[in-house]
Unconditional design. Structure first.
Lengths: 355, 392
């Protein structure tokens, strides 16, 4: 057993942490995260130069990482730095372009010269691929894809749709050919409604079901790791605040009611870190789906506890827009809603247990 | 990152598993499965079986008759014992007094006492808590006064587990009232048959007898029975609390209990369907299993040396006991009304309502409420972690 990261992963983690703390502070973040294009294109290019996108796919596929732990170290730092760049959407698309050997796209995304997003879900189909209704009509697609992460800033959008043969196909649409209705998310960063009306679509894969599910699991792992980074930050900041905030003539850290609550959520953060390590080690394994679902279930529960306690233990200041930890708590809460929440993951776990 | 054990460690695991297959008799296995109380003879026989391989005192070095295992080997051994549903080693001699003597005892104490723990000659019990000294252990009042070559002990100890079987007791006693309460405590060894000692059983809420009160009236003990220096007792007690306890999370035991619960859910019917088809109940099992999976990794992370030992074992103790109690709770509720009959011999035999392996689940649930109270209550563990978080 060895619970240390490799030298390479430590390096990328360190450099990303340094970059975000120097170049992406909270004031800057909140300035760009809520106004179109809801991220900072120049920072995106710099992150690409740092190799952050390359770390998300394997060497065979044009990157230099791609394993569960590569994704985990990158997203943990994105969480710790509360980065609002559209990394999730690009991760999902990049994994699929790589899976289907689209090396031009892979190279361009890794270089930071193009961005992409993955459009699967629809207003009545937010969790699983087999809920979607959009069906391809020859070389065109019609209908609406909902809450597409990073869809507002993508050059190309990968769209999942049923084929005439009844399989789940993967198509590429140029953003310029689609109606892209971009907006900020409540926790910052951009998403979009993608409205297609006989929009030309290039078939990438006739049967992409397994690949899409694998990409979604990579995305879920990324979200879990991001949550661990957010939680680590929140624990440290709550601890510091309790020592610094004076009431009744002493630091509120002296009150046992608060001490024990800090301990309880600190334990859950250790549990969260553990389950993400396990899930990362299983990203290529046969029982990947079970381990990813377990991880995101626990992360959902721990995240809710930590986010709510972080706000509560800060009192009024934790309610303000100006104070950075409020935004971390908001991000942590909304991570649960992405790619299947606590209950959705539990349903997956139970289905797999019963199978 | 590598979550795998080495081939050597896997070979060791296989060796332990092989041993356990033969060492647990059918009679013993049956008692363990049905949650029957083990007799003193059962426990002594189990100790003897382990000691045929020098595996009884897992933390002791080879030169004193232990296996000389490292933390990982101890973890593997604990895990395999739990998965095989082996009896627990009675900890007071091998797990508590042994390490204390190895660290603080004189060579003479080591030579005379340790072999008698290993061969089963002496059964030790613990005299720490008092009616007025639980979480605030340092306020203990049982006093030992020097009189010539002896100490004379007066006072009362309580919660002495399995004291009814014991030949000897190790005690924390007050030898001074000077300075802070912690500074006047000593660690002393006492023969149970010394005149002036009275042991009275305490019946627990589920009906079982496992703990006792011990009364000391003018109990005369040779001064050579002191371990370490006079007034060094608190240091010794603290050493024991933070002494490497790889098994504190109880991951193996919880894993075993959860597997049993899942098996039970397939057998039991609710509204005409197996309980294992009930979404609400199975969701609770699934979330508990997820917590246990995380705990397993947390345990391994700590084992491979992340974090300070005190905080870590406190975290493992809190979360490990919470998970174990959650499993006990689910097992009790799985039975529904079949959990109600008091587990008398009749109810366990010809009047059985619950499946035989589950007849003790309500009693186990009540008994295991102790897990979050003993060994430093979970609230005391939170205080320990707090100190580390803010001062560490």
């Amino acid at each position: 057993m060895d619970f240390n990261h490799t030298e390479d992963r430590r390096m990328i983690s360190d450099s990303l942490r340094r970059y975000l703390s120097e170049q992406y502070d909270n004031e800057f973040r909140n300035k760009i995260a809520y106004e179109a294009p809801f991220h900072a294109p120049d920072k995106w290019s710099e992150l690409a130069e740092l190799g952050i996108l390359g770390a998300l796919v394997s060497e065979d596929q044009g990157g230099f990482g791609g394993q569960g732990f590569d994704i985990a170290v990158v997203f943990e730092e994105l969480g710790r730095g509360l980065c609002a760049e559209p990394m999730l959407g690009n991760l999902l698309a990049l994994r699929l372009y790589a899976a289907f050997g689209q090396s031009d796209r892979v190279d361009a995304i890794i270089a930071g010269t193009e961005r992409a997003a993955l459009a699967i879900f629809e207003t009545d189909a937010f969790v699983a691929l087999d809920e979607i209704t959009m069906t391809a009509d020859g070389d065109t697609l019609s209908g609406r894809k909902s809450v597409v992460y990073g869809g507002n800033s993508a050059d190309h959008i990968l769209v999942a749709a049923k084929t005439a043969a009844g399989t789940y196909g993967l198509y590429e649409v140029a953003a310029s050919d689609a109606e892209v209705l971009g907006y900020a998310m409540i926790d910052g960063g951009g998403a979009a409604e993608i409205v297609l009306d006989k929009t030309p679509a290039k078939l990438i894969a006739e049967d992409a079901e397994d690949a899409i599910n694998a990409a979604l699991d990579a995305g879920r792992l990324a979200l879990c790791a991001e949550a661990v980074g957010v939680m680590d930050y929140l624990r440290d900041i709550v601890k510091d605040y309790l020592m610094q905030r004076q009431q009744f003539g002493r630091p509120i850290a002296m009150f046992q009611a608060l001490q024990h609550r800090l301990v309880d959520f600190s334990i859950e953060i250790e549990q969260a870190r553990s389950i993400v390590i396990l899930a990362a080690s299983k990203l290529e394994a046969e029982d990947r789906a079970l381990h990813i679902a377990r991880a995101k279930n626990l992360i959902g529960r721990a995240g809710k506890l930590v986010a709510e306690e972080a706000i509560q233990m800060h009192g009024g200041i934790g309610m303000t827009w100006e104070y950075a930890p409020s935004h971390y708590a908001k991000r942590l809460t909304m991570i649960d809603a992405q790619l299947g929440d606590t209950e959705d993951q539990l349903r997956t776990v139970m289905d797999l247990m019963a199978a | 990152m590598d979550l795998n054990f080495t081939p050597e460690e896997e070979a060791f695991r296989a060796e332990v598993r092989e041993f356990l297959k033969d060492a647990i008799s059918e009679d013993l296995a049956q008692k363990m499965r049905t949650g029957h109380e083990l007799t003193k003879q059962d426990m002594e026989a189990w100790h003897a079986a382990l000691q045929t391989r020098n595996w009884l005192a897992a933390t002791w070095p080879k030169e004193y008759g232990g296996p000389g295992w490292n933390a990982t080997e101890r973890h593997i051994f604990d895990e395999e014992c739990a998965l095989a549903n082996a009896p627990r080693v009675v900890p007071f001699g091998v797990g508590m007094l042994g390490p204390v003597l190895l660290k603080f005892g004189s060579e003479e104490q080591k030579q005379s006492i340790l072999p008698r723990i290993l061969d089963g000659t002496d059964w030790w019990c613990q005299g720490y808590s008092e009616p007025g000294a639980g979480s605030d252990l340092a306020s203990l009042k049982t006093k030992a006064e020097r009189d010539g070559d002896d100490y004379v002990i007066n006072g009362q100890k309580t919660w002495t587990t399995l004291g009814q079987h014991a030949d000897k007791i190790f005690c924390l006693v007050r030898t001074s009232n000077e300075g802070k309460p912690q500074e006047g405590i000593s660690f002393i060894l006492v023969d149970i048959d010394t005149p002036g000692i009275e042991m009275r059983p305490i019946r627990l809420l589920e009906g079982g007898y496992e703990v006792n009160e011990v009364f000391f009236t003018d109990v005369r003990v040779p001064a050579s029975n002191l371990v370490g220096e006079e007034n060094q007792g608190w240091t010794i007690a603290k050493y024991l609390l933070t002494h490497e306890r790889t098994g504190i999370a109880g991951v193996g035991a919880s894993t075993q209990a959860l597997a049993e619960l899942k098996g039970l859910a397939k057998k039991l019917k609710r509204r005409g369907k197996p309980l294992s088809d009930d979404a609400i109940f199975m969701a609770r099992i699934a979330e508990t299993e997820i917590d246990l999976e995380a705990m397993r990794i947390t345990n391994l992370r700590m084992l491979s040396g992340g974090g300070a030992m005190g905080t870590v074992s406190s975290m493992l103790k809190i979360k490990g006991t919470v998970i174990r109690q959650a499993i006990n709770d689910l097992a009790r509720r799985a039975l529904g009304p079949a959990a109600s009959p008091f587990p008398s011999e009749d109810v366990l035999g010809n009047l059985a309502v619950a499946p035989p392996e589950a007849a003790m689940h309500a009693a186990d649930y009540f008994n295991n409420r102790k897990l979050s109270i003993f060994g430093g209550s979970n609230e005391i563990q939170r205080n320990i972690i707090t100190k580390e978080l803010f001062m560490g």
